[in-house]
Each structure stands twice: as C-alpha cells, then as structure tokens.
Design a protein around this ligand. Structure first.
Ligand SMILES: Cc1ncc(COP(=O)(O)O)c(C=O)c1O
Length: 393
C-alpha cells in the first residue's frame, strides 16, 4: 500500500492500539500523545497555579481560529458546544419554524440529529423522512420539497453503514429553494475534509471524540454568519454582545453579537478545547487529505479480503459514495461481537452488522488480524450468508 505519510510514526502516538486491534474510531478515538500532553499541561497549570483562566481563554480563541480554518470559515462563525446533540438542538431551535412548516430528513439517520428536529413537532413543525438509500443527493430530496418546506437536516457520513452523502448538491438545492441546511458532521470530521462554504450549510454540528481525537464532552457548531436572523433559544451572559460588567442582568442590554458566541452558554470545557487545538495541529501536520487517502486505501484492502471470503459489505462499496473510514460487515453483531472482543479486536455492533472504522494509525496488519479471525471461525452463519449474498449478486 502507498504510504501517504509515516503511519508507523503516527501509530506510536496512540499506544493503546498496540494492546488491541483497534478498529473502532467511529465509536471513539484512542487517546494520542499530543492530546494527552495538552490535557496534562492544563492539569499542571490548574494544580500548580489554581488556573490561569485568561491564558486558557486565549488558547480557546486560538483553537476557535484553528477549527475555523479546518472548516474553511471565519473564527466568528464557530461556537463551542458540549457535543453533536447540543449543536443540532441549538440549530433546530434557532430556525424560525412554526406550525405548518416542514423539515426534510433521512429515515434512519442518527437519532441525535433526528430527535432535535422531531422535538419541533410540539410547535406544529412537520418532520418528513425521505428513504435512506446508498446514494443521497439533491435528487433524493427535490421531489419532496413543497411550498411549506423550510429546511433539510442530514448527516454527512452515516454511522451505521458508512455512506458519504452528497451534501454539496443538497446545499445547492437548499440555496435554490431558500431552505435552511443543517449538517451533522460528527462521523466524517477529522477524516473527510469539510468545506462548510462549499456545503452551503446554515449550521454544521459535530462532537470531537472521533476523528478529532478528543475525549467526550466537547462539540462544535458552525453558523453561517450571514444568517443574522437566527437567534439562540437559550441565553447566558456569554451569549450577549456586551455582557454586563457589573454582573447585573438588565432587560435592555440583551443585544446579540454578530458572532457564533450568541450560541454559547457559560463556561467551556477548557481542557478539551486545549486538547482539540493540539489534535488539529497533529492532523494538519499529517494533512487531512492524506488521512483520507490512507483510510480509503485501507478500505479497498478490507473490501478485497472480504470478497475473497464471500463476506458482504453493508452500504456503498465505491469511493464516490462511501466514507473512507467506515465499513459495516454483514456478520450479525449478536453472533460476532463477543467473538471479536475475545480475540482482542475492537469493533462496534451496528443495526446491519459489525462496524469496522479506521483511524490515522491503522495498518493493513490490523485488517489481516480481523480477516484471520473471520476465516478461523468458518461457521455456518458465514456460509449461509455467503450463499444468500451470492444469490443476490
Ligand atoms: C452522525 C452522528 N451524530 C451524532 C453522534 C453522537 O452524538 P453526540 O456527539 O451528541 O454524542 C454520532 C456518534 O456518536 C454520530 O455518528
């Protein structure tokens, strides 16, 4: 396989992946040295000096700028949140939607996006689910748009089958019909390059605990700053243009800033923000395009070996429609998950099989271990599946 970067050196930054075969970055990242060091610096400073908060806040702004560059937007278009769910709820509740308005979503898309919008039903908003197919693009939505449709919300990459949907074409469709466009980028971010402006998204929400290499508890929200009409459902001093210096809240000082800070509430997850700054530096040093290429190559290698075993893949096979790093193998999770765990292989159970998800540190040797484990357990369930799959062509 072509070496797009020094994978062996990168792998050394993730010591956990030498203890187990880690094929589960779609669940959570193993901790890397640069991120651990950023947390350690935070802990040391808090421990020894009781916390230089001004310095931590300065680093937060530096990290905000790094996130913005990473997504191709301006710093003032990025807010820090707790996770994807919070970002999607902030977005859903900021849209000026009321009784009779429609939002289009994809059936079976991640529930943390879907519930944020389903909750708007209590305001009389109608949520319409279009079918989930291997390819979702502008054409998938077009015929469902009518004069009540106001927004589309969808995942960029699906967690359960590794689709990479054509969000750019859906964003263009939204622009043509003056619809708001909200994207859940959690599963792709950090591996699939994101150009928020090319997506023409109104909001993009994500957590940071997968491709962005940070432990759980930090999220991001991109907001198109041209959409000044979008206001937060919740408010705190941090959300205001001019928080009161004397800390006395008054009803006449509630103007919102022209920045995404309008969506921020109170204190931040400062250690995680510092971890994120270190993670983005780490990814940039490798080059996200290289991470993507490496994962695609690993995916090709995996698919070829699954084919040799006549074991099927759930979701799209071709690079145009699949995510580089997420592959669901058609082996029932109820039969296979414990077996993989017992063999030191970490994967995730999904609705249609076993999910294998790559990080920047994975190698073909990890895949060989997985394939060997499948081959070693040549049980009827594989053979039966094989027979069924071959009949399906
Ligand atoms: C597409 C998608 N959205 C959201 C989440 C998680 O949401 P949260 O960050 O709120 O835990 C996941 C996976 O954990 C996901 O795959």
């Amino acid at each position: 396989m072509i070496q797009h970067y020094d994978v062996a050196a990168v792998r050394k930054a993730f010591p956990a992946v030498d203890q187990i075969v880690y094929l589960d970055s779609g669940f959570q990242t193993p901790l890397s040295r640069p991120v651990k060091e950023a947390y350690e610096r935070f802990l040391r400073e808090g421990f020894e000096t009781a916390g230089p908060k001004q310095i931590w806040l300065k680093r937060l702004e530096e990290t905000r700028a790094k996130v913005a560059t990473f997504l191709g937007v301006k710093s003032h278009e990025i807010a820090f949140t707790k996770n994807t769910s919070e970002s999607m709820n902030i977005a859903a509740n900021a849209l000026p939607l009321g009784a009779g308005d429609k939002v289009l979503m994809i059936y079976g898309d991640h529930p943390n996006n879907a519930y944020a919008f389903l909750n708007l039903q209590k305001k009389g908003v109608e949520i319409v689910f279009i079918p989930m197919t291997d390819v979702v693009d502008a054409e998938s939505f077009r015929s469902h748009i009518d004069d009540r449709t106001r927004a589309i919300s969808m995942s960029h990459v699906t967690f359960h089958a590794g689709h990479r949907f054509d969000v750019e074409s859906v964003g263009e469709l939204c622009a043509q019909h003056s619809l708001y466009f909200v994207v859940d980028a959690m599963q792709g971010i950090g591996v699939v390059p994101i150009d928020a402006k090319a997506m023409k998204a109104t909001f993009i929400g994500s957590g940071t605990h997968k491709g962005l290499l940070v432990p759980q508890g930090l999220g991001l929200l991109y907001w198109d700053a041209a959409r000044v009409e979008l206001e937060p459902a919740y408010l705190a001093a941090a959300s205001l243009a001019e928080p009161p210096q004397d800390f006395i809240a008054r009803p006449d000082d509630m103007a919102l800033p022209a920045t995404a800070c309008r969506f921020e509430l109170g204190n931040f997850n400062l250690p995680a923000v510092q971890g994120l700054g270190a993670a983005i530096d780490f990814i940039n040093a490798i080059g996200i395009e290289n991470v993507q290429r490496h994962c695609f190559d690993l995916g090709d290698y995996l698919i070829e070996r699954l084919d040799q075993l006549y074991v099927g893949l759930v979701g799209p096979r071709d690079r145009q429609h699949r995510a580089p790093h997420i592959y669901v193998i058609a082996l029932p999770a109820a039969d296979w998950l414990d077996y993989f765990t017992q063999n030191g292989i970490r994967v995730s159970p999904e609705r249609d099989g076993i999910r294998v998800s790559f990080g920047m540190f994975n190698t073909t040797a990890d895949i060989d271990r997985l394939i060997e484990a499948i081959r070693a357990r040549n049980v009827p369930s594989v053979q039966t599946r094989t027979a069924v799959l071959s009949k399906l062509g």
